[in-house]
Design a protein around this ligand. Structure first.
Ligand code: ATP
Length: 264
């Protein structure tokens, strides 16, 4: 009997069908899976067949120089920008027809480049806006306390209009607001851009803390050195294509990556 079962299993493994279905399944096991993504801006082919995945609990970084296509990929994941080809899966659901606000409801929160806080609203009101998809009032209050604990400066400036905050404070507010939707994955586009070195340290420490508290993170950075130091794995993007990927510790030691992105 045992022999028969073993023979059956061997024949199953040997069959191409078994392998093909297994490969397809494993391609979609990540929390976020991007497959063969293509994006055009008119005649410009900005993203050329990009594939990558983010597993639950990871910090993944996309690095690349100006114009490589990093922000474009993030906008396509959030569905604020239409792709011309490929698929994006979140928790195995294809986001093809998902409206941007539904993407947030599913657990994807995107902090865009340049922060984009509501300048006329106070810090408190901005944070409340982050929870607009929720109606669990007491849980929202609890999350507000957690955000204020993580960003004490926001608590101090609770009633200040967001437009009058410094660049670093606005970055903190944008991240705090994104956390108020209780995301499963937080997508951060250039969080360290334009910040003084001490604040950059603070932001990267906070990113690590948020991840340790259970939120998966997709981080886009031009500051490749810092991003690779806080992330588990990374993908290197050059003119719309992924040219290298691997464990962040390996990328930090890769000669080509060092020369192109870590020499400054
Ligand atoms: P940066 O680090 O400078 O923000 P990036 O890697 O995020 O760059 P993207 O902003 O995604 O790059 O841009 C990728 C390419 O697409 C660039 O060549 C850019 O000029 C082009 N692009 C971006 N937005 C548009 C747009 N709205 N219309 C036309 N082309 C665009």
């Amino acid at each position: 009997m045992l022999n028969k079962i073993l023979k059956f299993l061997k024949s199953l493994i040997a069959s191409e069908k078994f392998y093909v279905s297994n490969i397809k399944k494993s391609e979609k096991t990540g929390m976020l899976v991007v497959q063969d993504l293509n994006v055009h801006y008119g005649a410009i082919h900005a993203i050329k067949g990009v594939s990558f995945e983010v597993q639950q609990g990871e910090i993944i970084t996309l690095i690349g120089s100006n114009g490589a296509g990093k922000s474009t990929i993030l906008k396509t994941i959030s569905n604020v920008l239409r792709k011309s080809g490929g698929d994006v899966f979140f928790l195995e659901k294809n986001l093809e027809t998902t409206e941007p606000h539904k993407v947030v409801e599913m657990g994807i929160s995107h902090v865009p480049e340049g922060r984009r806080v509501f300048p006329q609203l106070t810090v408190y009101e901005n944070l409340q806006m982050g929870a607009y998809i929720r109606n669990d009032k007491s849980e929202i209050e609890k999350d507000l306390i957690i955000v204020y604990k993580r960003f004490p400066r926001l608590k101090e400036r609770e009633n200040q209009s967001a437009g009058t905050l410094s660049g670093g404070e606005q970055q903190m507010l944008a991240m705090g607001r994104a956390l108020m939707s209780r995301p499963k994955i937080l997508i951060l586009d250039e969080p360290s851009m334009g910040l003084a070195p001490l604040l950059v340290d603070e932001i990267f420490n906070i990113i690590t803390d948020i991840n340790k508290a259970g939120t998966t993170i997709l981080l886009v950075e031009q500051n490749a050195n810092r991003a690779l130091h806080v992330s588990h794995r990374g993908y290197v993007l050059e003119t719309g294509k992924i040219i290298a990927s691997g464990k962040s510790s390996d990328l930090l030691n890769d000669e080509k990556v060092k020369e192109a992105y870590l020499s400054a």
